[in-house]
Design a protein around this ligand. Structure first.
Ligand SMILES: C=C1C[C@]23C[C@@]1(O)CC[C@H]2[C@@]12CCC[C@@](C)(C(=O)O1)[C@H]2[C@@H]3C(=O)O
Ligand code: AKG
Ligand code: FE2
Length: 355
């Protein structure tokens, strides 16, 4: 017999603070547990159509790509990337497998919960425990393989999901590596310098994660929050958003700016490790996701960073520019130490490293 959501709560031996306390499809008004108080710029902030307040669009094949990326990162902390080479059929397949996953009944999704310690699985965003209210959001994180979890969801039919996710991660990694070169070129840093600055102890794989985000239609979107304001922790994040808008970035002196989905483009966000590596020249961008009443919004976020035991220090040619020596603004930190700091202190983590 099928189990209900309340049975899942009763029977689950794990601490459940990361599980979704709601079956989104069964509620027709916003429960108190999901009502966010009004605060500055909430819920939607202002959206500014037109060039002045939209993040730059950069063609990866542009001969000036590095310069454009540098400028976008200094000014906006994000840009939309076109001509990135990712086949649209693959993105469509990942999106439809993601919709298939989130369309499962709530108690089925609970079979694939992420452990409180992290890794692959279904659950709330990791920033959730910092807030007294729940977000109108559910996520599925893939770190490495999704096979064990997908098998629990579809015992006889998990391969379609896994193959597509694996292919997407492989292509994303290649794209992330090309983007890393462009970031380094824009900072005038050679690959060798990067290697010695982010001291790579051992040859462990890069730190990557694919986060599938789901924002179901919400009965009261003006009082709900999709994903609360945050910066991403690793070097940078590559985001595909479905055709429904919802992603917003905070622009100093302006407010929340909507990043409108652009057919075939990927959004690239500067993360905290790139902020540290660039000695604050490329600030990590505060962003959030808002929800809507009519459509089920999906986004796919690929997080890219160096191996967990790499040491990140502000890059030296940025520390001394010309004759004038600019002191490092952050102390060195290993990727793992930073991720742990972020888990404990959220947006305060970066300021704890300030010199
Ligand atoms: C590599 C990672 C980045 C992330 C934490 C994680 O270990 C896996 C999930 C990622 C995510 C996705 C939603 C937003 C975010 C802030 C969160 O709560 O979990 C990010 C994390 C991050 O960048 O810190
Ligand atoms: O849904 C979005 O567009 C944003 C997702 C996001 O910020 C994240 O996964 O870190
Ligand atoms: Fe994010």
């Amino acid at each position: 017999m099928a189990s209900t959501l309340s049975q899942v709560f009763r029977d689950n031996p794990l601490p459940l603070n990361h599980i979704i306390p709601l079956d989104f499809t069964s509620v027709h008004s916003l429960p108190e547990s999901h009502v966010w108080p009004a605060f500055d710029g909430f819920p939607f902030g202002t959206t500014y159509p037109g060039e002045k307040f939209s993040i730059p669009i950069i063609d990866l094949m542009d001969p000036n790509a590095a310069q454009l990326v540098g400028h976008a990162c200094e000014k906006w902390g994000a840009f939309q990337l076109t001509s990135h080479g990712l086949p649209s059929i693959l993105t469509d397949d990942v999106e439809s497998q993601t919709r298939r996953l989130f369309a499962l009944p709530a108690h089925e999704k609970m079979k694939a919960l992420r452990l409180p310690s992290g890794g692959t699985g279904y659950g709330q965003a990791r920033i959730s425990p910092f807030y007294p209210k729940f977000m109108w959001h559910e996520g599925f994180t893939i770190m490495g393989s999704a096979v064990d979890h997908a098998r629990k969801l579809w015992p006889d039919d998990y391969k379609g999901f896994c193959d597509v996710m694996e292919d997407y991660q492989k292509k994303m990694k290649e794209l992330a590596e090309s983007l890393l070169h462009i970031f380094l070129e824009s900072l005038d840093i050679s690959k060798e310098e990067y290697r010695s600055t982010t001291i790579q102890r051992g040859h462990k794989a890069c730190n990557t994660a694919l986060q599938l985000n789901s924002y179901p239609p919400c009965p009261d979107p003006n009082r709900a929050m999709g994903l609360a304001p945050h910066t991403d922790s690793l070097l940078f994040t590559i985001v595909h958003q479905s055709h429904t808008s919802g992603l917003q970035i905070l622009r100093d002196g302006v407010g929340w700016i909507t990043v409108f989905p652009l057919e075939g483009a990927l959004v690239v966000n500067v993360g905290d490790l790139l902020h540290i590596l660039s000695n604050g020249r490329y600030p990590s961008v505060l962003h959030r996701a808002v929800v809507n009443q009519a459509e089920h919004r999906i986004s796919l976020a690929y997080f890219y960073g160096p191996p967990a035991d790499s040491l990140i220090s502000p890059l030296c040619n940025l520390v001394s520019s010309g004759q004038q020596v600019v002191a490092p603004r952050y102390r060195s930190v290993s990727v793992k130490e930073y991720v742990d700091l972020k888990e404990k202190h959220k947006e305060k983590a970066l300021s704890l490293l300030r010199l």
